[in-house]
Design a protein around this ligand. Sequence first.
Ligand SMILES: *Cc1c(COP(=O)(O)O)cnc(C)c1O
Length: 403
Amino acid sequence: MEPSEIYRDTWAEVDLSCISHNLKVIKSRLPAPAEFMAVVKANGYGHGDREIAEIAVQAGADSLAVAYLSEAINLRRQGITAPILILTPIQPQEVPIALKHRFMLTVTNAGWLEQMRAYKSANSRDKLRIHIKFDTGLGRIGLREREEWDAMVPRLKQPDIEVAGIFTHLATAGNVDIGYSKAQAAKFQQMLGWVKESGVKVRQFHCANSAAALRFPEMVLDNVRVGAALYGFYAKEHAPDLQLRPALSLHSRLIHVKRVNKGQYIGYDNSYRAAEDEWIGTVPIGYADGWSQSLQGSEMLVDVQRAPIVGKIGMDQLMIRLPRSYPVNTLVTLIGKQMDEQITCAELAAHLGSVPQEISTSLSSRIPRLYKGHEIVTEMMTPVTSVHFPNYVKKEVKTKTRR
Ligand SMILES: *Cc1c(COP(=O)(O)O)cnc(C)c1O
């Protein structure tokens, strides 16, 4: 979206140069032959799936991953040609469309391979590329028992099936205690013994998400599936020497400023009462934008100072307590930096008892995304307030054709 097309006083900025920086930094730590799969599910963790996919491929990602078939189709429709793995199993009857788009599919059981035959004839020349998911302890999807694997083996040896990968997902890769991750890795190695014995040909093995790719070199194997860290979400203590950059910032403007007297109420259900005479600003963002009511009490930046949300967050607007009077249209930064002050998704997530990516993925489609950090400067956004806006750059990225 171009700045001139935005009819909203609240907008997100995605700096694509942060994505390519993060990808290159993470990749530089991997053993040389390992591939890099950029995870762009949930609209690129809220950053924009096509834009992230394009910059990631350009920066050296070998493939992409999404959660659902619908997300994968959406990327193809937007011109993304890179290999895409769909991390959640699809319906057997959806196999033809997956073949048409050359998607790689996650398979967890023999029954699915049997059922999909009704939709794909065994002698069709189209190879179905699959990654088989093993459950080593997350307890979500995947096969757990040797018998389940053995039941799959004959179907995996059919000529129109390519086992592009075998993978598992860690439950505690970001935790201080690494015991459970090590146990999962050991379980995976044991399961890979079943694979070896069966003689099924497998192109690659993978188990590392962001945290594991950064923390456990021995878990990198042939490929890493990196989401969070690509966007700049990572725990600094896991990789103190890394300088990953958060790509997303979120801004708004004060649309109303007033003085209230001590004892007056603010917000639905009289949820805040002024403790003294105070300045209150109204910001045009609400829970329908993904700014959850649970964020009441969290802070935003106004004039490089922290201003807390007071009263319940409405569907479209919320109120903050200002340190002093400010003019209408003063810039408010909800995520990101103003000089030395910074609000991170991690800080906001702590309010929810969640992870940074819940903040970014919650930002609804009602919030326009502006892209910068690419080569071609197209136009400069007109400063609306006294605050100077950065140069915006058109999100025109050439996608490398792969395969
Ligand atoms: C979402 C997801 C990832 C990416 O995890 P991050 O911690 O965001 O890097 C990797 N693998 C699977 C199976 C996932 O669902």
